[in-house]
Design a protein around this ligand. Structure first.
Ligand SMILES: Nc1nc2c(ncn2[C@@H]2O[C@H](COP(=O)(O)OP(=O)(O)OP(=O)(O)O)[C@@H](O)[C@H]2O)c(=O)[nH]1
Ligand SMILES: [Mg+2]
Length: 439
């Protein structure tokens, strides 16, 4: 499993400050003027910055050394040397930064877990002062200046934390959210229409003994996800950052084997390494199946995937959940899942939970274009999973928009009939008369 736990070693070096200058004023008729050596410029600092746009540390496998430029030396005529630009190294959210200390051990010095969080890792050297600063009444011709301050150089280890130890994947409606609510204290929204969950839910699951691990309900896997369909790649990235999977299948679906393959195909198209993750295949909704169905499914899997770990459950009735917990415990013992660090659950939940509160989206009025712009991961996610040529799908969208109070909030912002609303890259026109308000 090591492949998925990104760990890289890099070296960073700031820029040294430019040296001060020893120079003299040269003016006509004054061959030996006073001291006029300028100061050196500041060396560039090195920062690490967490960003949503990167998901792995893979780039660091090929580039290990990062150096900011040095400051320029001071110049004559009191001119200061140019300061160097700072170097900003982008890392994924959830990067633990460790620095090699003098005792030869790595020590954690930063945990970059919030978007845009920035950490100064190596400070640029200050520029040295030129001889212009050192003239005194008794020393009118100082023949010295300061050198620039030295650079800082550190060896670092960057470790990418997992989003969760175990990810629950499966097609919409399989029962992922129901299952996470049974395995942990997480209480996500559950409903019998697809795409209920738009952002991953995280929960802490207690294992036997004192250990616990973080599980994630990862939504949005549908046919074509790897090509951007539905929630697209967003959550495929999260799957990469788990170290084992529960692949949940709806036992009521007509062809669960086909459903299994659809998901596998998307994973493969996105990153074949994901297929190497250990997985527990869980058939859900057995309360609706009879013994014959279960036997049939078992036989089919025996033939097609003889080594699969297969568990049958009903997330609703609770049947089979003990066996699933046992299987997860065994997997943990085997793979030491909990030895790897997962993102802290609070911060992740704060950033990702989709609540029906106005704060989950932002409405801005663009004066110039005269449009209301709505931004928010959940709202934009809803737009992406809506099929605008299907009446039902659009109807469902409005139902959801109403539920998260977006329509009311737009009214509060003073929207009138005929005004344009932009959500994601979709333009809609507001109508006070239409039932759904947006057409
Ligand atoms: N009968 C039965 N229904 C279940 C079971 N588990 C889930 N369901 C129902 O299946 C529907 C979908 O469940 P969710 O947990 O929302 O499914 P999901 O996989 O999270 O769906 P998305 O968020 O859309 O990806 C809900 O109506 C659940 O009540 C089960 O074990 N038995
Ligand atoms: Mg769900």
């Amino acid at each position: 499993m090591e492949k998925f736990i990104d760990l890289v070693e890099i070296e960073v070096e700031s820029g040294r400050g430019g040296d001060g200058k020893i120079a003299w004023r040269r003016e006509k008729y004054e061959p030996m003027g006073g001291p006029a050596g300028g100061d050196g410029g500041r060396g560039g600092s090195v920062y690490l910055k967490a960003t949503n746009n990167i998901n792995t540390l893979i780039d660091f496998r090929f580039k290990h050394y990062f150096k900011a430029d040095n400051g320029n030396n001071g110049e004559s005529s009191r001119r200061t040397g140019a300061s160097a630009k700072d170097l900003i190294i982008l890392v994924p959210i959830g990067t633990l930064v460790k620095r090699l200390e003098e005792n030869g051990e790595y020590k954690i010095i930063a945990d970059l877990k919030d978007p845009e969080q920035t950490f100064l890792i190596a400070k640029g050297g200050k520029g040295g002062r030129g001889n212009q600063h050192f003239a005194t009444a008794s020393r009118q011709a100082p023949h010295f200046c300061e050198p620039g301050e030295a650079a800082e150089k550190y060896k670092l280890q960057l470790e990418l934390k997992l989003i969760a130890h175990i990810g629950i994947i499966g097609l919409p409606n399989a029962g992922k959210s129901t299952l996470i609510s049974r395995l942990s204290a997480c209480k996500p929204k559950i409903a019998d229409y697809p795409f209920t969950t738009l952002v991953p839910n995280l929960g802490m699951m207690k294992l036997y003994g004192t250990k616990s691990l973080i599980i994630a309900d990862i939504p949005g896997l549908i046919e074509g996800a790897a090509d951007g369909a539905g929630l697209g790649l967003t959550f495929l990235r999260h799957i990469e950052r788990t170290n084992a999977l529960i692949h949940l299948l709806d036992g009521m679906s007509e062809d669960f084997w086909q459903n299994y393959l659809i998901v596998q195909k998307e994973l493969e198209a996105y990153n074949t390494e994901i297929l190497e993750k250990r997985e527990i295949i869980v058939i859900n909704k057995i309360d609706l199946l009879d013994e014959d169905d279960i036997e049939r499914i078992k036989t089919e899997f025996k033939i097609k995937l003889p080594n699969a770990i297969l568990v049958f459950i009903s997330a609703v009735s609770g049947k089979g959940l003990e066996e699933l917990k046992k299987t997860i415990n065994t997997l943990d013992e085997e793979l030491n899942l909990t030895e790897t660090k997962a993102l802290e659950i609070e911060s992740e939940l704060k950033a990702k939970t989709f609540k029906s509160k106005t704060s989950d989206f932002k409405i801005e009025f663009d004066e110039e274009r005269k449009v209301f712009i709505v931004e928010g991961i959940a709202v934009e996610g809803l737009m992406r999973v809506t099929n605008f040529s299907s009446f039902d799908s659009v109807n469902h969208l409005f139902y959801q928009l109403k539920k998260i109070n977006l329509l009311d909030e737009l009214k509060n912002c003073g929207i009138k009939t005929g005004d344009t609303v932009l959500v994601g890259n979709r333009e809609m026109i507001w109508s006070d008369h239409a039932d759904n308000k947006l057409i």
